[in-house]
Design a protein around this ligand. Structure first.
Ligand code: AMP
Ligand code: MG
Length: 407
C-alpha cells in the first residue's frame, strides 16, 4: 500500500500544463493568465473628483469654519464625462460630481456636505488640504506598468482591470476537458426507472460537478457495462474526442468484474494502487495514448474523496495552477470519539461551525463509503493522520474545507 502523498506526487509528476488559447475576457474567469497585461495609459487617465462637491484652490478655504465660512464664486457645474471649460482662479469654485475631471487651477474638492449654495456662490464651512478628495491620474496604475502578471489565476477584479486597460481578448491556459466514464451492470440513468438490483448512476453527476467546480469541462460518456469490450469502447471514445483526462468510477477493486486495471494494462501504461486512505483504498492511474486516466473507486463517497485528493490537484496542474493546496481550518472535535485503527489516512465527513470564536467539527453522519447524505451535509473532510488511532472530544483536528466557512 502506498501513502496518499506518494500517490498524489506520482500522479502530478506525470501531468503537464495544457496549451494556451485566446479567449474573450469573460471566459477567462478562474483560468490562468498566460501574458503580462500592461496599462498603455494612466489609470485613472486624468485627475478627477472623488466626491460630489466643489473644486477649489485649497488656499481659499484656509481657516474656514461655520462662524466664518469662505465665500467663493461658482463658475458652473461639471458632471462626470465632461471636460472643464474654464480654470478655477482665486476666490472661485466649480460645482463638481464624482469622477469629473478636475478643472485647471483647482487642487482640492470640498464635500458638498460642508457647503451651502448661495446666489451665484457657495459658502465653505471647513478647510481642505491640498489634493483632498482628488484621485490623481495614474494613482491606480501608471502607463507602462504591469497591471496583471502572467501565471495569475483570474478573479473578477482582474476582468475589471483588463476592461479598464482596453483588453478584450486574453491568452489563458486551455480548460481541461475531462471524459467521465462510470462502470457497472447495476447502473441505470438518472431519468430511468429503477429495476430490481439496479441503482441510479449518481457518480457521473457528482464527479462531473467536481470537474466543473475545478474549473474544467466534463464530457459525459455514460455507463460502461462490466465487460472488457464495453469499457474499452468508452475509453476509445474518450481518446477519439481528445479528452485531456479520463476519469472512471468503479471497477478498480479486485472483483471478477473489475476491468479498469486490465484495460489499462493492455492499452496503456498502468499503475494500480492500494492507497492508504479511507474511504477510497483502490485507485488506478495510468496513461493511455498520452491521456492521463484516473480510475476512482465505485462507492459514491470514495469516488468523491479520491477525486478531491488526486484528480483535483492533477486538473489544477493541467490548468496552469501552482497554488495547489486545500483551504484548511484547525477545529476542535466535538463527538465523543472516532477510531481509526486502519493505519490509513482517514478523511472524515464533518460539519464545521464557528462557536465562541473557535471552529468546532462534528461528524456529519455515519461514515460508510456508500452514503452520500453525510457528504451533502458536510462542510469538509477532517483529516486523521495514518498513525492516529483515535480522535477524542476536545482534540484539535485539521479540516479540509469544501468551501470557505462563513458562519
Ligand atoms: P465497484 O468498485 O465497481 O465494485 O463499485 C462499488 C459500489 O459502488 C457498487 O456496488 C455500487 O453500489 C457503487 N457504485 C459504483 N458505481 C456507481 C455509480 N456510478 N453511481 C452510484 N454508485 C455506484
Ligand atoms: Mg462495479
Amino acid at each position: 500500500m502506498i501513502s496518499v502523498d506518494e500517490a498524489r506526487e506520482i500522479i502530478l509528476s506525470k501531468i503537464e500544463r495544457l496549451s494556451i488559447e485566446k479567449v474573450p475576457i469573460l471566459e477567462s474567469l478562474g483560468r490562468v493568465l498566460d501574458e503580462d497585461i500592461l496599462a498603455e495609459a494612466d489609470i485613472p487617465p486624468f485627475n478627477n473628483s472623488a466626491m460630489d462637491g466643489y473644486a477649489v484652490r485649497f488656499e481659499d478655504t484656509t481657516g474656514a469654519w461655520p462662524g466664518a465660512p469662505a465665500e467663493l464664486k461658482v463658475l458652473g457645474d461639471l458632471a462626470a464625462g465632461y471636460v472643464p471649460e474654464s480654470p478655477v482662479g482665486k476666490g472661485e469654485a466649480v460645482r463638481i460630481m464624482t469622477g469629473a475631471q478636475m478643472p485647471e487651477g483647482a487642487n482640492a474638492v470640498v464635500m458638498v456636505e460642508n457647503t451651502e449654495r448661495t446666489d451665484g456662490g457657495v459658502l465653505v464651512f471647513s478647510p481642505v488640504r491640498p489634493g483632498e478628495n482628488v484621485r490623481f491620474a495614474g494613482e491606480d496604475i501608471k502607463a507602462g506598468e504591469v497591471a496583471l502578471k502572467r501565471g495569475k489565476k483570474i478573479i473578477p477584479g482582474d476582468i475589471g482591470m483588463m476592461a479598464s486597460v482596453g483588453k478584450a481578448i486574453v491568452k489563458v491556459v486551455r480548460k481541461p476537458r475531462v471524459a467521465i466514464i462510470t462502470t457497472g451492470d447495476e447502473l441505470v440513468g438518472i431519468d430511468e426507472p429503477l429495476a430490481p438490483g439496479k441503482i441510479r448512476n449518481s457518480n457521473a453527476y457528482s464527479i462531473a460537478a467536481q470537474v466543473i467546480d475545478t474549473g474544467c469541462m466534463p464530457l459525459m460518456l455514460g455507463i460502461a457495462r462490466d465487460t472488457r469490450e464495453a469499457l474499452m469502447a468508452k475509453v476509445d471514445e474518450a481518446v477519439g474526442i481528445k479528452a485531456d483526462m479520463i476519469i472512471t468510477t468503479g471497477g478498480v477493486s479486485v472483483g471478477d468484474y473489475d476491468f479498469v486495471k486490465d484495460i489499462l494494462d493492455e492499452a496503456g501504461e498502468m499503475v494500480f494502487w492500494q492507497v492508504a486512505m479511507k474511504p477510497g483504498k483502490p485507485l488506478a492511474f495510468g496513461i493511455i495514448k498520452e491521456i492521463p486516466i484516473i480510475g476512482l473507486p465505485g462507492y459514491p463517497t470514495s469516488s468523491m474523496v479520491s477525486f478531491e485528493q488526486f484528480a483535483r490537484p492533477a486538473l489544477l496542474k493541467m490548468s496552469g495552477r501552482s497554488d495547489i493546496s486545500w483551504m484548511t481550518v484547525e477545529a476542535i472535535f466535538q463527538d465523543p470519539s472516532f477510531m481509526n485503527r486502519t493505519g490509513r489516512r482517514n478523511m472524515v465527513r464533518v460539519v464545521v461551525a464557528k462557536e465562541d470564536g473557535m471552529f468546532k467539527a462534528r461528524l456529519s453522519g455515519p461514515q460508510q463509503s456508500g452514503s452520500l447524505k453525510p457528504v451533502t451535509l458536510a462542510d469538509g473532510l477532517m483529516v486523521i493522520p495514518e498513525e492516529v488511532e483515535e480522535v477524542k472530544a476536545g482534540d484539535k483536528v485539521t479540516v479540509e474545507l469544501f468551501e470557505p466557512i462563513t458562519g
